[in-house]
Design a protein around this ligand. Sequence first.
Ligand code: LMR
Length: 329
Amino acid sequence: MKPFFLLLACVLAWASFPARAQEPILIRFSHVVAPDTPKGKAAERFKELAEQATEGRVRVLVHPNSELYQDREELEALQLGAVQMLAPSLSKFSPLGVREFEVFDLPFFFPDKDALHRVTGGPVGRDLLRRLQPKGLIGLAFWDNGFKVMSANRPLRLPADFQGLRMRIQPSRVLDAQMRALGASPMILRFGEVYHALRSGVVDGTENPPSNFYTQSMQDVQSHLTVSRHGYLGYAVVVNRKFWEGLPPGIRSALEEAMREATRYANTIAQEENDRALQAVRASGKTEIHMLSDEERRQWRDALAATTAEMEARIGKDLVEEIRREIGR
Ligand code: LMR
């Protein structure tokens, strides 16, 4: 961690510690996306519910848009206790050493959200969250964003259209392999850097659900977008373990209930937010939208089939098999 971030982390950790018993317990909830997204709105909903349920004994400060920390730094800050709560995308847990989370990045793997929710809401989901504990984190919930689109400054209809493009990815080996299989060069960048990297030509294209695309104004710097639904993007809400276990039990259970309610809310609004964002991109007239045809999708799948097979070994064959049984694939 850079000295500045370390210093900031220490100051925030110190400031979050209640000096007197009657002072509210502070939860800093840091995230990297805009407030007007599924995650941004759900974080605000959690704040409302948590403050209400604890009658003001807990205060939640939501910090959107990487205003405190960017992707990797926010996880480090959580481990240090400088912030108490985050909801990183599932693709960002692998660099912590929990590569099983990369199963969510497998291309064309989850047929729909119902199948996904059977996994995240069942024993596999619980087991994945438990794997975060040795890292100093407690996983509280899974929140949806949605299925991803691909964008660039040229039409992306067939795998050959990716040839030679530099595509921004999150830090996941599966996403790296996915872009290479399509003929592109993947480049890991923090979310907060993507717009500028697209604008300056550091990268040519990217992938994300429409809500993240639109709220970062990517329509200003990407002339083509393909609704490919080739992969899923969701979140795990995590808290600092020491902080969570140190809470008075009554407060903790009130926060757990607030989180259950915020999760229902997140998973209810996500699809609508993405539909609305796609409409807004279309209405901007700046980005041409292409809906992948069945035949085009077949060609994408064929190009990516070997990647899935190869990445299964990295993620863990037993886990992948268990999930396949759960989703009937
Ligand atoms: C990204 O980095 O592309 C996204 O995961 C950002 C987010 O948190 O939705």
